[in-house]
Design a binder for this molecule. Structure first.
Ligand code: ZN
Length: 324
């Protein structure tokens, strides 16, 4: 049997899956990344030994692997095989492909985690059947992956796309990237939490403040829980948040004209009420005249999207004859 190895390197866990040529997830395993206690060599070694163990459990070896696909945060370059920058992970200008090559002689492909997750959702998830899509992940930050003609689009230097850092409010909120007013500063979970806390400060007697007290903290769910309890303060926070989403989504549509925009990340679990809060406004704002309308959907692959996407990416690279 021939399989793809799909690897999703994350800040806290590394997920490894065996994926069939029909993109079925046959089996998977998850190990701690140990980003705080191990260096890049140690993490890579443990990751590859885990791959070998997973294959052995299923009666296979690395020789049965058609190709390895690996998705990771930050800047990981498919052409050069270098993991140049990884945020909180101890990879910096690290020759990751060369290191993996010691274990595996076949093709090894690298993609940014947001990009390969978008590819998985596009091919076998919420965007199945579409050729042009965008996935937006509303988490601690805002991840964006763009699929054009069934392929990941990452720009000439593989650094794209960073749609979370499109400015929607000049002189607006400070963003971690150094600019002010980025979309991410408003629509990430971090941004929503900031807006929720500000509303609680201004309205200490509101149901919203009561919900936060009951939760013992403010998180991305707080405002929605308070909306469920008919809190007018929460309604206003949600409406403003939806407006920030709307403006960015219209920008996204004007930039890429995707057939579908797929919503992922923790806040996306709000599902249709989230999408319905900005959808019509975004379509009205975008330049859409006498043409089919883009659609919005919630992601369906959950935590497996990165792993599956890495495998789909490996499949595409192999199909396109990339020799890495
Ligand atoms: Zn920014």
């Amino acid at each position: 049997m021939s399989v793809f190895l799909g690897i999703d390197v994350g800040g806290t866990t590394i997920k490894i899956g065996l994926v069939s040529e029909q993109f079925e997830l046959l089996t998977k395993i998850s190990i701690d990344t140990r980003a705080d206690s191990e260096n890049a060599d140690q993490i890579t070694q443990r990751m590859m030994l885990t791959c070998e163990e997973l294959l052995a459990k299923n009666g296979m070896t690395l020789a049965d692997v058609l190709a390895i696909g690996l998705g990771a945060p930050g800047t990981i370059l498919n052409k050069s095989g270098m993991y140049t920058f990884a945020g909180n992970l101890p990879f910096r200008d690290y020759p990751l492909r060369e290191k993996i090559r010691k274990y595996y002689s076949g093709q090894i492909y690298f993609g940014n985690d947001a990009n390969v997750a978008a590819l998985a959702e596009s091919r076998i998830g919420a965007g199945q059947g579409t050729a042009n899509s965008v996935m937006i992940t509303l988490g601690t930050g805002v991840g964006a992956g763009v699929i054009i003609n069934n392929r990941v689009y990452s720009g000439f230097n593989e650094a794209g796309v960073e749609f979370g850092h499109i400015v929607i409010n000049v002189d607006g909120e400070y963003c971690t990237c150094g600019r002010n007013g980025c979309w991410e500063a408003y629509v990430s979970a971090t941004g929503l939490i900031r807006q929720t806390k500000a509303a609680i400060n201004d309205n200490p007697d509101s149901i919203l403040a009561q919900v936060a007290k009951e939760q013992g903290k403010v998180n991305g769910k707080t405002v929605f829980l308070a909306v469920d309890r008919n809190c007018p303060v929460a309604d206003r926070v949600f409406a403003r948040y939806a407006y920030y989403l709307q403006v960015g989504m219209a920008n996204l549509i004007n930039s890429f004209m995707p057939e579908i925009i797929i919503m992922g990340g923790g806040i996306s679990y709000e599902g249709d009420r989230l999408i319905n809060s900005f959808k019509q406004g975004a379509l009205d704002e975008a330049m859409l005249f006498g043409v089919p309308m883009p659609d919005f959907k919630t992601a369906t692959l959950g935590n497996d999207a990165g792993m599956l996407g890495a495998a789909v990416f490996a499949f595409d690279c192999l199909t396109d004859g990339l020799v890495y």
